[in-house]
Design a protein around this ligand. Structure first.
Ligand code: AKG
Length: 262
């Protein structure tokens, strides 16, 4: 079991179920992020899955206690680190990458697979940040059509500090902005998978997480798990989509609580 301080809270879990991502700032030594970035700067071909052999300091990121705490919270204690990994370099001057989902998108009630996106160097707005659309992990759209979309209301560029790991639902819509800076933007993508059903919550769970009263003056500003997941319309989507997605979030929560038949 992870140290409790590295596990996610009920609020973190509720926000993940709403938004489909969770950011963690890994406190690896500053020179580890720097040296990973410099080694990536020096590569002249992409080693694919072998990136961790070529840049072994990446194992410090993969095995970091905060990485472990988030994965255990989201995927259960026996999660698997998959062998696929990839260096996503956006060199200076490179154009954007279109919207897509990495997963097959079946509105899964069992959060089973995650992307881990690690950035060894600060990413500024002009450096080609990854762009995600919160809540789209439960949205189905043909990739050919999605690829024709331009800006989407609610999209968020991952403008992050060196050492950030962004955990994202495998179906979250994402793309990349153009890199108009004169520096390369590095990101290493890892994949993680659940191997078994939860028998109980695997995060820092408190029994009354869903039992807080509603404050009608706060609506989408709720700060407790129950209201974050079900109150107001946190993603500001159409009423019909909100009702559907709210129900899926609740089923995911029930499943993560250990109710495998939910
Ligand atoms: O390079 C990026 O920011 C995103 C890469 C990407 O779309 C992916 O890993 O599927």
């Amino acid at each position: 079991m992870s140290e409790a301080t590295n596990l996610m809270s009920d609020v973190d879990m509720a926000k993940f179920l709403v938004n489909g991502y969770h950011l963690v700032q890994l406190d690896v030594a500053e020179d580890v992020n720097d040296s990973i970035a410099l080694e990536l700067d020096g590569l002249d071909s992409n080693p694919g899955d072998a990136i961790t052999d070529v840049v072994p300091d990446l194992l410090q990121v993969l095995k970091h206690p905060k990485t472990h705490g988030a994965l255990q919270s989201l995927l259960g204690s026996d999660y698997e680190i998959q062998s696929h990994r990839h260096w996503h370099c956006r060199p200076a001057g490179m154009g954007h990458m279109q919207w897509h989902q990495d997963g097959t998108n079946n509105r899964d009630r069992r959060p089973n697979r995650l992307l881990g996106l690690y950035y060894p160097r600060d990413v500024t707005e002009d450096m080609g940040p990854t762009i995600i659309v919160p809540g789209t992990q439960f949205r189905n759209a043909p990739t050919d059509r999605m690829a024709t979309y331009t800006n989407i209301r609610g999209q968020i560029p991952l403008i992050v500090k060196a050492g950030t790991m962004a955990f994202a639902h495998y179906d979250l819509w994402h793309g990349t902005a153009a890199n108009t800076s004169d520096a390369p933007r590095h990101m290493i993508k890892f994949l993680f998978r659940r191997t078994g059903d939860n028998k109980a919550p695997t995060w820092n769970h408190e029994a009354d997480a869903l039992n807080k009263p509603r404050d009608w003056n706060l609506l989408d500003k709720a700060e407790d798990a129950g209201n974050i997941m079900s109150f107001g319309n946190p993603l500001k989507v159409s009423q019909s989509d909100h009702y559907k997605e709210r129900a899926i979030r609740q089923e995911c929560w029930n499943y993560l609580m250990g109710n495998v038949d939910s």
